[in-house]
Design a protein. Structure first.
Length: 126
């Protein structure tokens, strides 16, 4: 299987879309669990306290998931720079500012459409 030749910005947008879909799926599942937990709330105080602690811990997890999804969307779409130095060694990750060129397939389709339009009108292609 060959991957399509896309510019890096398109790959990051696809990653952002996949992360947002996965995050929405996880958040939906956890929301269903929370509603079920509230609907079947225990009757004794000790069990109720245990259920409320589970709800509180799940909310911390939800905040972490929401933060990860927002971070992945921000990193995938926006221009970013990440630099770190540890003593004499370090790393530098940057990107997102390169120009986006039209893929070859889109350019070929545009040229074919222009040729067909020129044939229909009966004139020469500019």
């Amino acid at each position: 299987m060959r991957l399509p030749v896309w510019p890096p910005r398109d790959w990051r947008a696809l990653l952002a879309l996949a992360a947002s879909v996965a995050g929405a799926g996880v958040l939906t599942g956890v929301s269903v669990w929370v509603v079920h937990l509230i609907a079947t709330m225990p009757k004794t105080d000790a069990e109720r306290l245990l259920a409320l602690r589970a709800l509180a811990n799940s909310n911390y997890g939800l905040l972490g998931i929401i933060g990860a999804v927002l971070l992945s969307l921000g990193l995938a779409i926006n221009r970013r720079t990440l630099k770190a130095n540890l003593g004499k060694s370090g790393f530098d990750f940057s990107g997102g500012d390169e120009p986006v060129a039209a893929p070859a397939a889109a350019q070929a389709v545009a040229e074919a459409a222009a040729d067909k339009a020129a044939d229909i009108v009966g004139g020469a292609r500019p």
